[in-house]
Design a protein around this ligand. Structure first.
Ligand code: AMP
Ligand code: FE
Ligand code: FE
Ligand code: ZN
Length: 297
């Protein structure tokens, strides 16, 4: 059983449609795939349909942009009801923050003598609900300023570079309350990748485990084998589910091919069981909650 629990479509900063992504997952030999676009759930229906057609399992997720201890932390929320009022309100704030950041980024680029318009960015972001720095990067590629996303980030868009502008991110502790209320389970994405590593000390992860976290993404391209070994031991001590995933972005990210990291079958079972219990608990507390169901492989 090969399961990849973290991928992006063109509803955020990936380059495949959800349909193409799921078909590519099946072609890559995966038995189960999760679609986890940044801050958006609107690719799920298309992905679910494609998964049924090609006969693989499907897990609905959202990679929520969170903040913790002053740093950005990405939280994978699986099986949530995206219409849950509290969760929907936070996602809306993040998406509005993304939209509001764009003019500020373009102003910074303008000051550097690079003239891009919002229309130039919208032209490359196409179907995206979550507008991000990768789309500005794509517009810079189209304009011939840089050759790829990586160069755009290194020269302009990463923290410390001249066109970096921060945006709103949801408080992590609040999100760890909202995800279970919305019937889902929370897994920290690439905890020890650049950015979140400093904030997510072993002590902090222990605190988050107490605060409602279900799992840690142990295997991910942006974490070394040594990181993964330490995270795995930590997850075991904390009773956390251990996931591994590609964080596939289509052509938007190199070295993140579908299935390049996968989640061990017994951990997939644990995650699906946790999703089922979370959905039951949320429905018992509030019958209006509609958790999104996973389709097992
Ligand atoms: P945003 O959420 O809009 O601030 O953009 C963050 C996204 O940019 C991340 O989810 C990554 O997918 C992408 N990203 C960050 N650094 C790079 C990079 N060096 N090359 C390509 N994509 C990147
Ligand atoms: Fe991304
Ligand atoms: Fe991420
Ligand atoms: Zn991701």
């Amino acid at each position: 059983m090969r399961a990849d629990l973290h991928t992006h479509s063109h509803r955020s900063d990936g380059t495949d449609s959800p349909d193409v992504l799921v078909r590519a997952a099946a072609a890559a030999g995966l038995d189960l795939v999760a679609l986890t676009d940044h801050d958006a759930a609107d690719g799920w229906a298309e992905a679910r349909l494609a998964a049924a057609e090609v006969g693989i399992g499907f897990v609905p997720g959202i990679e929520v942009s969170c903040s913790f201890d002053g740093r950005g932390v990405h939280l994978l929320a699986y099986g949530v009801d995206p219409a849950h009022p509290g969760l929907a309100a936070e996602l809306e704030r993040v998406l509005r923050g993304r939209d509001r950041r764009l003019p500020a980024v373009l102003e910074r680029l303008h000051a550097l003598g690079i003239d891009l318009t919002e229309a130039d960015v919208r032209a490359v972001s196409g179907e995206a609900t979550a507008l991000g720095r990768p789309h500005v990067a794509d517009a810079l590629v189209t304009a011939g300023v840089v050759t790829d996303r990586r160069e755009a980030f290194e020269r302009y868009l990463t923290p410390g570079r001249p066109a970096y502008v921060p945006r709103y991110a949801a408080p992590l502790r609040e999100m760890l309350r909202l995800v279970p209320a919305a019937g889902g389970v929370a897994v920290v994405a690439h905890p020890w990748a650049r950015g979140s590593r400093r904030a997510l000390t072993p002590g902090a992860l222990a605190e988050l485990a107490q605060a409602g976290l279900t799992g840690l993404e142990v295997w991910h391209h942006d974490q070394t084998d040594r990181d993964s070994g330490e995270l795995s031991a930590l997850a075991r001590d904390l009773g956390q589910v251990q996931t591994g995933s590609s964080d596939y972005h289509g052509l938007g990210k190199v070295d993140h091919d579908l299935g390049c990291h996968t989640t061990p079958p017994e951990q997939v079972e644990r995650l699906l069981a946790a999703m089922g219990s979370a959905a039951d608990r949320a429905r018992a507390a509030d019958p209006s909650v509609r958790p999104a169901e996973a389709v097992p492989a």
